[in-house]
Design a protein around this ligand. Structure first.
Ligand code: G3I
Length: 363
């Protein structure tokens, strides 16, 4: 009996210690919503699918975020599945939600090797098109998509992930690169600028915390700038984990891109509970997906560090965007290990704030 009482007391004390009023110093423990706590720092956004824009998640989005990025529906494959067919409806839904709720909208992504439609690269016989034809198609695609959302999108990820992960290779060996060489990158920025003179144009990539890849990205972006290509910013995706990056690596990553006269944004933030892997693989018997107390604490500490560094760099960061809304669904549930649940966000599977949330807003 005594043991049970002690346990109840301990649990109550723990709950009290984690309550909003204790951790955040907010009035009467009222949760102001993530973005409000950060209003003097940077806008905080979230990647969404149209299905997240109804019910509980829609409210969560409105309460906590001031910006959105469409997770998939504006990518070239989903939005332009055949040469003469545009699938505007899902993207329109995201754009309308942003307008109705006075939220900022980041466009994602005009050119990517992944989720690009097959028709783009081949002729009617299935042979690769010439680079001239590919540029014509790219120009039309970018012009149509940028023009349609000109009234609501303030920034576009123009080129996504063009740099190779291999240390001995500079550019990713994509279909774009095979047909056009590196020139396709500049072309995409030029087409986007012609379609909208006012929108901000970003290069966006992952694994920027890796010093070798970071340096390649820096060199490429610097080369574009020196050549007069209209680029306004660099997107550091931020698909990180409880094991990386370290504080010094994170600081070095941000610092590398400041001082270039470009904007720097964190565009796709999540903190996986697993060591980072970048290639898909099957689930095996060692894949335990229990979100243990130890992992919860590691994630709290990692988010605490990441947002402390972000706050200290508020003059250098013009936005921070989470990739997905809550642990109810994350792309990490099926990548890199299909069917291995991950818990990478600040809201839990029931769309409630996690302890990591209170830590992030409790400064
Ligand atoms: O829509 C189809 C559906 O019709 C089909 O039944 C189902 C069967 O697999 O697939 C559905 O498409 C999936 C799509 O997400 C929408 O859910 C694709 O298979 C799946 O591959 C796709 O994954 C997306 C991934 O990009 C593609 O590589 C993730 O949702 C999306 O979060 C992820 O986002 C990328 C960023 O754009 C760029 N940076 C990395 C980031 C994470 O990979």
């Amino acid at each position: 009996m005594m043991k049970v009482d002690v346990k109840i007391w301990a649990v109550s004390a723990l709950l009290l210690a984690c309550s909003p009023s204790q951790d955040t110093g907010t009035e009467e423990g009222k949760d102001l919503g993530l973005s409000t706590y950060y209003k003097d720092y940077f806008p905080i956004g979230v990647a969404v699918s149209p299905s997240a824009l109804q019910g509980v998640q829609a409210q969560l989005i409105k309460d906590n975020f001031v910006s959105m990025t469409p997770e998939n529906v504006m990518k070239s494959g989903p939005i332009h599945p055949q040469e003469e067919v545009y699938n505007w409806a899902p993207a329109d839904k995201v754009a309308a939600f942003a307008k109705e709720n006075q939220m900022k909208l980041r466009g994602h992504a005009l050119l990517w090797h992944n989720q690009a439609p097959d028709w783009l690269f081949v002729d009617s016989l299935g042979n690769d098109v010439s680079k001239e034809i590919l540029y014509q198609r790219l120009e039309r695609h970018i012009t149509d998509v940028v023009t349609r959302y000109k009234d609501v999108i303030y920034a576009w990820d123009v080129v996504n992930e063009a740099i190779s992960d291999e240390s001995g290779q500079f550019y990713r060996d994509s279909k774009w690169y095979q047909i056009c060489g590196e020139e396709f990158i500049a072309k995409a920025f030029e087409y986007a600028r012609a379609a909208d003179p006012n929108v901000q144009l970003f290069y966006n990539d992952y694994e920027v915390i890796n010093p070798v890849k970071r340096e390649k990205i820096y060199q490429m972006v610097k080369g574009l700038q020196d050549a007069g290509v209209p680029i306004d910013g660099v997107g550091i995706q931020g698909h990180w984990s409880v094991y990386e990056p370290s504080e010094s690596t994170l600081r070095a990553t941000i610092d590398r891109f400041t001082g270039m006269g470009l904007q720097v944004q964190i565009t796709e933030l999540d903190v996986s509970i697993y060591p980072k892997e970048h290639a898909p693989r099957d689930k095996n018997e060692d894949d335990d997906d229990t979100f243990t107390d130890e992992l919860k604490q590691k994630q709290i500490d990692q988010y605490d560090m990441i947002f402390r560094v972000f706050r200290e760099n508020k003059e250098k960061l013009s936005s921070v965007t989470f990739w997905n809304v809550s642990d109810q669904y994350s792309w990490l549930d099926f990548f890199p290990v299909n069917g291995r649940k991950d818990y990478p966000l600040l809201f839990d599977e029931d769309n409630q704030p996690k302890e990591a949330y209170w830590k992030v807003v409790g400064f």
